[in-house]
Design a protein around this ligand. Structure first.
Ligand SMILES: O=P(O)(O)OC[C@@H](O)[C@@H](O)c1c[nH]c2ccccc12
Length: 257
């Protein structure tokens, strides 16, 4: 299997718009047992990679939609252990990216976490509450794996910090488009595209914009300056409300932008 960076770079070279849906593991009527079919559904509808969220009781960066999905998932009995066991049963060429707060991983054991992921299609990690200064808790274990630690770059990062965050980036760069939590309904800053353009120039790694992406017009707008988008709340809400054919249409249209 290719690394996350190789997979996305190949799609980028073929001039595809990178589309990365986010789902909350275990937010399904079958609980975590429903995760493989949700992944299959997203793969079948053209996802470039899939961000798999681990539910956590204190999700500081999550807006209401993702937070509620996390609460439902925890009620369904989802744990990092049963997510990893389930992911071991999933075979796909589309790389998976785990999005988790640090606490569940710390409790699981960092070394065991990385070792166990090697038996899955997980090729990347997004850890929003692990700052660059503390990444060395994780990076030694990643050294002999093909799992990338995806940098999150926010609008408030000063230019030097941005350059530092994207230096040697593997996988992709997650460009956070708003100052705030996940979810729709934010107004994007007038100079957002300039910021995104600048980020794209800083690195060869694909740049994906995320937070608030919920319409095809958003995808078209971001596609002018970056390689693709991450879509969370819109997908999580629509899947929960059983509007999967709408999600399928959205993903197909988005990948054709
Ligand atoms: O929901 P949105 O606005 O489409 O944004 C993606 C986001 O949900 C997903 O990437 C995510 C969920 N929780 C996070 C915490 C931090 C950073 C990112 C995330």
């Amino acid at each position: 299997m290719k690394t996350l960076g190789q997979h996305l770079t190949a799609l980028k070279a073929a001039d595809k718009t990178l589309i990365v849906p986010y789902i909350m593991a275990g937010d399904h009527e079958k609980g975590v047992a429903g995760l493989p079919e949700t992944i299959e559904f997203l793969v079948a509808n053209g996802a470039s990679a899939i961000e798999v969220g681990i539910p956590f009781s204190d999700p500081v960066a999550d807006g209401p939609v993702i937070e509620l999905a996390g609460i439902r998932s925890l009620k369904n009995g989802t744990t990092l252990t049963n997510v990893i066991e389930t992911l071991k049963t999933v075979t796909t060429d589309v790389p998976l990216v785990i999005m988790s707060y640090f606490n569940p991983i710390y409790k699981y054991g960092i070394e065991k976490f990385i070792t166990d992921l090697k038996e899955t299609a997980v090729k990347g990690l997004i850890l929003p509450d692990v700052p660059r200064e503390h990444e060395n808790m994780i990076t030694p274990f990643l050294a002999d794996s093909d799992i990338a630690l995806v940098p999150l770059v926010t609008l408030t990062s000063i230019p030097e910090r941005q350059a530092e965050l994207v230096k040697n980036a593997e996988g992709f760069i997650y460009a956070v488009t708003v100052n705030g939590v996940t979810g729709a309904g934010h107004d994007y800053r007038a100079d957002l595209n300039q910021h995104l353009q600048h980020l794209s120039e800083l690195s060869d790694a694909p740049v994906l914009a995320g937070f608030g992406v919920s319409t095809i017009d958003h995808v078209k707008g971001f596609r002018k300056v970056v390689d693709g988008v991450i879509i969370g709340s819109y997908i999580v809400k629509a899947l929960h409300e059983k509007r999967s054919s709408e999600v399928a249409d959205f993903l197909k249209q988005a990948s054709e932008v």
